[in-house]
Design a protein around this ligand. Structure first.
Ligand SMILES: *Cc1c(COP(=O)(O)O)cnc(C)c1O
Length: 376
């Protein structure tokens, strides 16, 4: 069994293994420093164009984070005080916080076995105050968007995608970020496509919405001196666009490495009693931002793997509705039993694009050993 530690994160690998790309980025940054165009330099528009292309949409607008991308979408759609937005409680906290931040109320519904919003419960949660459905492509799997999209159309609600984990994923050949009125993406250092700091993107096919969000990210300024609406400063930094422009060329390779790693896990863990793999659908391209399995004796397995040099994580151990600001809203334990049960059984295995096949096999064999299956 290989002795080298298997790390969950990969940022240091980008510098070593992604060497040539990193060298180009450093040269590009040198070029940027010479021009001094640190805010809304031409590279922002270039990066937006490439991003829109990958997502199959007309417009992409560079924002300073995935969280602000969500906030600007909600605000631009006029969602605020007194409005309700239906979403899922098993996401990263930012999804629900964005809804709260604009003054609206997140209305949670429980989740399916594959971590999607449970479409059977969406319709029951719709009230006269509901303005939008906001599904999350958790783990990089956008499968839940099909039913959510159908309900949103039928009930005349906005469909907003939290696609922060899902660049380059698709259902029925239609890309994440192109299903809803708008999609929010994160370029956080740990996302599949990262920059070297914070960054985000809004995608949309709606020209009017694109225009509004473009104004909203920059003080509502139509020209240097003319302000047409009240807004803040949510611009994507030029330096991050410079980095994104290089790293976006790597997205197909990043996705296929992660898919290959997931395929290995699925092949060699399928027969292990005590391990439940994420489902795979022929019509869905999952990009495995995380590879989440459900296991018996989760905490013991986590300790066993860590002891043997394999770093694992839990995304996320505390459901959003059980976090302090949401308990204060009146949510309580027992409200979403499927989500709560999953939070006790889920574990995220290392899946990143710089792992070798032997590292994946090391993880597989440790898990097999833990559950008493013979090693492969
Ligand atoms: C990362 C993430 C966000 C927030 O993105 P930031 O760029 O970190 O602000 C929102 N939702 C989900 C599902 C995420 O994974």
């Amino acid at each position: 069994m290989g002795e080298a530690k298997v790390h969950y994160n990969y940022l240091d690998k980008q510098f070593k293994i992604g060497g040539p790309l990193v060298k180009q980025i450093l040269e590009d940054i040198e070029g940027l420093v010479k021009t001094g165009q640190f805010t809304l330099g031409p590279q922002v528009a270039e990066f937006e164009k490439e991003f829109a292309k990958i997502c199959g949409v007309k417009y992409a607008i560079g924002i300073n984070s995935g969280t602000d991308a969500l906030i600007l979408i909600l605000r631009a759609l006029g969602i605020g005080l007194g409005d309700e937005v239906i979403t899922q409680p098993n996401s990263f906290i930012a999804t629900a916080n964005a809804i709260r931040f604009v003054g609206a109320k997140p209305v949670f519904v429980d989740v399916t076995d594959d971590y999607m919003i449970n479409h059977l419960q969406i319709e029951k949660a719709v009230t006269s105050k509901t303005k939008a459905i906001l599904p999350v492509h958790l783990t990089g799997n956008p499968a839940g968007i099909v039913c959510a999209s159908e309900i949103a159309k039928r009930r005349n609600l906005f469909l907003i995608e939290d696609a922060c984990q899902a660049i380059d994923s698709s259902v029925n050949g239609k890309m994440a970020g192109s299903w809803g009125i708008a999609g929010a993406f994160s370029l956080h250092p740990l996302k599949n496509l990262n920059v070297w700091g914070d960054g985000g993107m809004v995608t949309t096919d709606d020209g009017e919405l694109a225009m509004k969000i473009t104004l909203m990210r920059n003080h509502g300024l139509e020209t240097r001196d003319d302000c047409v609406m009240v807004a803040g400063n949510c611009r994507l930094h030029t330096i991050q666009a410079v980095i994104g422009l290089r790293l976006i060329t790597d997205v197909p390779r990043i996705s296929s490495s992660r898919i290959m790693n997931a395929t290995m896990y699925s092949k060699y863990l399928a027969d292990v009693d005590g391990v439940k793999l994420p489902p795979r659908f022929a019509n869905v391209r999952q990009v495995y931002h995380t590879f989440v399995i459900q296991v018996k004796k989760r905490d013991e397995l986590q300790k066993f793997l860590e002891r043997n040099g394999v770093e694992v994580k839990v995304h996320y151990p505390i459901p959003i509705h059980l976090q302090k600001p949401y308990l204060e809203m009146g949510y309580k334990k027992g409200d979403f039993p499927d989500c709560e049960k999953q939070s006790e059984n889920i574990i995220s295995l290392p899946i990143h694009q710089y792992l070798s096949a032997s590292q994946i096999m090391k993880v597989i064999n440790l898990i097999r050993k833990f559950y008493g299956a013979k090693t492969v």
